[in-house]
Design a protein around this ligand. Structure first.
Ligand code: FES
Ligand SMILES: [Fe+2]
Length: 449
């Protein structure tokens, strides 16, 4: 498979096109990234009661996430210990047990094997039920109500995994009254590699004025993003409009100052949101300080490594589930603040569906780019080439208030470079100990020119 240092040139912001297509690289991604990283599962608000569950995937493994009697959330591989059939076919629900559809083995919500049909007659009571429970996901934890799981017991805590990104994410995930996801998620299949939407959402503000020129005109009549149309000029110096950050762990985002309230379709709806933001922003400032209050009031596009993306403004929350090197299943939720008026939640959900829902206008435009990015790298000769993420290279810096590495321009590829730097590190590192050892050095390495 070759040398991974040749796949990603972290110093110059160059990536090999092979990473979007080779099956061998994809297999290694499953082993080294998806079996070791924290992956988004669900939100506290979607499984509030004992026995509430959802089913999803971690990498290509099917899992059940279920609320226990104790209130704790646990996750199990959705595959029967007998012959491997699924034990839960539904996407979400409430149950006291999971019963396999093949021969009827029944599991408690704690994953233990409770019932085996004809146990006495066909097993002569010799089946050791205690060693035939469902395989458990090693780690499950939540950050501000967003629940993540990790297969690797050696992994750092979720908080540590989020690195400096946690400081930023608190600005919206930690909204004063809490958040909720509106589920179940909508689902769509895209014929693209899982990294292409991740890198688009992690901070590609460059494409907004070009790819989305006409839909922003139709939908975002009051948005500051309107000014970007046609990528012909910036309304203000790029630094004034926003920033980029990248953190340990490959997470990152572009933040467009003051943009959140602009992304609404009618004046009346916008007034409602603006009034909400005006009332909440001082509370955020009191709790988290002025800088994060400004972020709370801004529009964001970001990705939590490896495959969890979000927008603040259109309030989109997404997971890109890999299905081989050339396909993904995209899951999309609307996120809202728990104590928002019902009417405002309804408006936000409708707006999210118009823009980034399965048939949303901007989603369709992005999907076309993502599919073409993947499919055009299919050719043998094309794959020998490289891709460029050099925008803003050399302008990244440290800040006294904002953690991680930042750059003073929202149109930037700093967070792309951070994503692929960590991607390479994960593929190469044999263990979490090795990754931990690099943690003290990553920032210096990133800033080195
Ligand atoms: S495969 Fe599940 S009971 Fe047989
Ligand atoms: Fe887009």
């Amino acid at each position: 498979m070759g040398d991974f240092d040749a796949l990603i040139n972290t110093k110059d912001g160059i990536q090999s096109r092979r990473i979007f297509h080779d099956q061998a690289i994809y297999d290694l991604e499953m082993e080294r990234i998806f079996a070791r990283c924290w992956l988004f599962l669900t939100h506290e608000s979607l499984i509030p009661n004992t026995g509430d569950y959802i089913t999803t995937k971690m990498g290509q493994d099917n899992v059940i996430v279920v609320r226990q009697q104790s209130g704790k959330v646990r996750a199990f591989v959705n595959s029967c210990s007998h012959r491997g059939a699924r034990v839960c076919a539904a996407e979400a629900g409430n149950t006291r047990s999971f019963v396999c559809s093949y021969h009827g083995w029944a599991y408690g919500i704690d994953g233990s094997l409770q019932g085996v049909p004809l146990e006495k007659e066909v097993y002569n009571n010799q089946l050791d039920k205690s060693s035939h429970g469902l395989v458990e996901v090693a780690l499950v934890d939540n950050f501000c109500g967003f629940i993540y799981g990790c297969f690797d017991p050696q992994a750092p805590s979720l908080r540590e995994y989020l690195g400096e990104a946690a400081w930023y994410l608190e600005a919206w995930m930690g909204a004063p009254g809490g958040t909720e996801l509106i589920g179940p998620p909508s689902r769509s299949i895209l014929y693209c590699n899982w990294k292409t939407p991740g890198e688009n959402f992690i901070g590609d503000m460059y494409h907004v004025g070009w790819t989305h020129a006409s839909s922003t005109q139709v939908l975002f009549s009051q948005s500051p993003l309107m000014a970007l149309q046609g990528n012909a000029s910036l309304p203000a110096p790029a630094e004034v409009m926003g920033m980029h950050f990248t953190s340990r762990g490959g997470h990152g985002a572009a933040i467009t100052y003051g943009g959140r309230g602009g992304i609404y379709t009618t004046a009346r709806e916008n007034e409602m949101l603006l009034a909400w933001l005006a009332a909440q922003t001082p509370k955020v400032a009191e709790r988290l300080g002025e800088v994060r209050a400004k972020f709370y009031n801004s529009a964001w596009d970001g990705t939590i490594f490896p495959n969890n993306s979000f927008l603040v403004g259109p309030n989109t929350f997404k997971v890109w589930l890999p299905r081989g090197p050339g396909a993904i299943e995209a899951l999309t939720w609307t996120w809202v603040e728990k104590d928002m008026p019902k009417e405002l939640k309804r408006i936000i959900a409708r707006n999210m569906n118009q823009t980034f829902g399965t048939a949303g206008m901007l989603e369709s435009e992005d999907a076309d780019n993502m599919e073409s990015m993947t499919q055009s790298n299919d050719g043998l000769v094309t794959r020998r080439g490289t891709l460029n993420a050099q925008m803003g290279l050399g302008r990244e810096r440290e800040d006294v208030v904002m953690p991680g590495v930042v750059s003073d321009a929202m149109i930037n590829e700093l967070s792309h470079r951070g994503f692929y730097r960590y991607y390479q590190e994960m593929l190469v590192a044999e263990s979490w100990d090795e990754l931990r050892a690099n943690s003290s050095k990553w920032k210096k390495a990133h800033l080195e020119r």
